[in-house]
Design a protein around this ligand. Structure first.
Ligand code: FPP
Length: 235
């Protein structure tokens, strides 16, 4: 099962406490640790987290710098925990606008954790679904291809080796939009919107979202529970 999360509400969490937005992002990183651990205990094969969108470059430079610093620190500090818990980490998105130092850290973490069998954790950084789809179209060089072949190109476009569809998309923070996240992969995703801010999201909320997902009747355009037409799936 593939779960994707739009981790929204760090800024508002901090503002409510009279703290700088960077404190909200630090609290958000602690929530990431909690939810990754929860996912390793749940029937989740792939967890994709939206850590930094391509549109986030438009935030003030200090906020951008603090987010990217936090991400680097997370990669360095979590490698050991990933190895312990069988987590394979992969950063998806563009890399050409990240600092060479961050790109090196990403590559090292991916290499060290590549044997993880329990969970694939994908962090979306400088990620835009529309840009990824456009890039995948360029990679096909205009040649007709099957949906599976296009998915492989889509994965390649964002430095991922899996192009799996999303089963459950969770968004915290009370807003109800997709914000250019995994637009192709969410074709048949079940959407769960949660009002709590991301730093307050915990295993109880995560389990509640999984239970809500289990209650949904997925028909994929058909009349009864079925697999989506063009995918082979692991559930
Ligand atoms: C949205 O909240 C969140 C982000 C733009 C960044 C998400 C980053 C983290 C959770 C922490 C770092 C990640 C890792 C993997 C270590 P917002 O700032 O838009 O909140 P707001 O809507 O309340 O302003």
């Amino acid at each position: 099962m593939h779960v994707a999360i739009i981790m929204d509400g760090n800024g508002r969490w901090a503002e409510r406490r009279g703290l700088p937005r960077s404190a909200g992002h630090r609290a958000g990183a602690r929530a990431v640790r909690r939810i990754v651990e929860a996912a390793t205990r749940a029937p989740v094969d792939v967890l994709t987290l939206y850590a930094f969108s391509s549109d986030n470059w438009s935030r003030p430079p200090q906020e951008v710098a603090s987010l990217l610093r936090l991400l680097k620190r997370y990669l360095v500090s979590e490698t050991a925990r990933c190895l312990e818990n069988g987590v394979r980490l992969n950063v998806i998105g563009r890399r050409d606008r990240l600092s060479p130092d961050l790109v090196r850290t990403i590559e090292q973490t991916e290499l060290l954790t590549r044997g993880g069998q329990n969970l694939q954790l994908r962090l979306a950084v400088d990620y835009s679904a529309r840009a990824a789809i456009a890039h995948a179209a360029v990679l096909t060089r205009g040649a007709p291809c099957s949906p599976q072949e296009f998915e492989r190109k889509l994965a390649e476009a964002v430095h991922s080796d899996v192009g799996v569809p999303v089963d459950l998309l969770i968004r915290t923070g009370g807003e109800r939009r997709l914000s250019d996240f995994l637009l192709w992969e969410c074709a048949y995703a079940e959407l769960v919107f949660v009002d709590s801010f991301w730093p307050d999201f915990d295993e109880t909320g995560f389990d509640a979202a999984l239970r809500e997902f289990a209650r949904r009747d997925r028909r994929f355009g058909g009349l009864s529970r079925a697999l989506p037409p063009s995918y082979s799936r692991a559930e």
